[in-house]
Design a binder for this molecule. Structure first.
Ligand code: FES
Length: 357
C-alpha cells in the first residue's frame, strides 16, 4: 500500500467490524461530502465510492455477497475492496463489463482504521453489449406511413389457435398494405421471449432507464423488438387484445409494464419519445367489459404520448347472457362488418398520422 500523510481516522476497527457485520456486511460512511461504502469480508476492510457505475445507484443500500457489493438497483456486482466488476461469466446482470467503481486505500494501525481520501482510484466506466442502438434520438425517416400491429394474445407457439382479435388485426393490416399505400409490420407478443418488468422504478425513478435496464443487461431479452418498432419505426400502432376476466390480456400488461421505461423519460427528463404517433385498438371477448378495457388501454397509450383518432377502437363481444365460445370464433371469422370496421379503423388512424407528420 502506498504510504501518504493523508490518513483520516474512520473509527475503532473492532467497533466498525461489529457495526458492519450487524448491518449485513456493509455500511455507509461520509467524509467531506464523499459517500463511501465500507465493508468487511474475510478479515479485510474495503472502501468504495458509494455511486454505482451503472446509473449511480447507492451501493451502501445494497448487500454484500461473496465479497462483492451488489447494487440495489440492478444488481451489478463489484469487488468490495478493489471495486472491479465481477466477470461476465459469473453474473447474469451485465453483458459486457461493468468497469470499476473507485476504491480507497485503508490501513489498520493499533485499534484504529484509517482511510486515504486523496488516493481514490479512477472510475472505469461500464461498456454495454446492447444488440441495437435503441437509445438514439427518435427521428422519423422519410417514406410511407408505417403501421405496426401488435397482437397481445397469449398462445402456445407450437400449437397456435385461432384468435379473434388477432384475426381482425392481421386481416386489417393485410388489406391496409394492399389498399392504403402504407408499410405494415406485425408483431405477436407470444413469439417474443421477454422478462417481466422488475419494478426498478419503485426503488427510484432514476433506476428505470431508457433503454430499459433489462434490455441493457440481458441480450436474450426480446422486448427490444417492441421498443425498436414502437418508438423508432411506427407512425401508427394498432394493438389487439382479448378480454380476460374483464381486463386486457396478461401479455398486454407484461408489455405495458416494460413500457414504463418510455413513459419514465417524460417524468425524469421531460423527454417525450413518442411524438406524432397514433394508436388504436381491436378488442374482442366472449363476455363484455369492452369500454373498461379500451378506456384503460387508451389512457395508458395517451400517457406515453400517442394520439387517437375519432372512434379509436373496434370491439366485439357476444355479451354476458349470450356467451357461446363454440360460435364466437365463426362469428368473427365470418363477420364482414367486423373486418370492414377494422380496416376503417386503420384508415382513420393513418389519416390522422398523415395530418400529424
Ligand atoms: S446496477 Fe447500480 S445503478 Fe444499475
Amino acid at each position: 500500500m502506498q504510504e501518504t500523510n493523508n490518513w483520516t481516522l474512520v473509527g475503532n476497527a473492532n467497533d466498525l467490524i461489529k457495526k458492519i457485520e450487524s448491518s449485513g456486511g456493509l455500511i455507509e460512511v461520509s467524509f467531506e461530502n464523499k459517500k463511501i461504502v465500507l465493508t468487511y469480508f474475510q478479515d479485510k476492510f474495503g472502501a468504495l465510492n458509494n455511486k454505482c457505475n451503472h446509473m449511480g445507484g447507492p451501493l451502501s443500500k445494497g448487500k454484500l455477497k461473496n465479497g462483492c457489493v451488489v447494487c440495489p438497483w440492478h444488481y451489478w456486482q463489484f469487488n468490495h475492496a478493489t471495486g472491479e466488476s465481477l466477470s461476465v461469466e459469473a453474473s447474469k446482470h451485465f453483458t459486457s463489463t461493468a468497469g470499476s467503481v473507485p476504491s480507497f486505500p485503508l490501513k489498520v494501525e493499533g485499534d484504529s482504521l484509517f482511510i486515504d481520501l486523496t488516493q481514490e482510484s479512477k472510475r472505469v466506466p461500464a461498456a454495454y453489449n446492447m444488440k441495437s442502438n435503441l437509445g438514439r434520438e427518435p427521428k422519423r425517416e422519410a417514406g410511407k406511413i408505417r403501421v405496426l400491429g401488435i397482437s397481445t394474445t397469449a398462445m402456445d407457439k407450437e400449437n397456435p389457435r385461432f384468435s379473434t382479435s388477432e384475426e381482425l388485426l392481421r386481416s386489417s393490416l393485410d388489406k391496409a398494405a394492399a389498399q392504403l399505400d402504407v408499410d405494415t409490420k406485425f408483431i405477436a407478443l407470444s413469439d417474443l421471449n421477454f422478462r417481466n418488468c422488475e419494478g426498478f422504478y419503485s426503488k427510484s425513478e432514476k433506476a428505470c432507464t431508457w433503454p430499459c435496464s433489462i434490455t441493457k443487461m440481458d441480450p436474450t431479452d426480446q422486448m427490444n423488438v417492441v421498443y425498436e418498432n414502437l418508438v423508432h419505426w411506427a407512425d401508427v400502432v394498432i394493438v389487439s387484445s382479448p378480454i380476460r376476466w374483464g381486463g386486457a390480456s396478461s401479455l398486454y400488461y407484461k408489455m405495458a409494464e416494460r413500457l414504463n421505461s418510455v413513459q419514465n423519460q417524460i417524468t425524469t427528463k421531460n423527454k417525450v419519445l413518442i411524438q406524432n404517433k397514433v394508436v388504436s385498438l381491436i378488442i374482442t371477448g366472449g363476455q363484455d367489459n369492452i369500454q373498461s378495457v379500451a378506456g384503460q388501454m387508451l389512457t395508458f397509450f395517451g400517457e406515453l404520448g400517442f394520439s387517437t383518432p375519432a372512434f379509436p377502437f373496434v370491439a366485439h363481444s357476444l355479451g354476458w347472457s349470450s356467451e357461446d365460445m363454440e360460435r364466437n370464433m365463426d362469428y368473427v371469422k365470418e363477420s364482414d362488418y367486423l373486418h370492414e370496421e377494422s380496416l376503417k379503423l386503420v384508415e382513420r388512424s393513418v389519416e390522422l398520422a398523415r395530418k400529424l407528420i
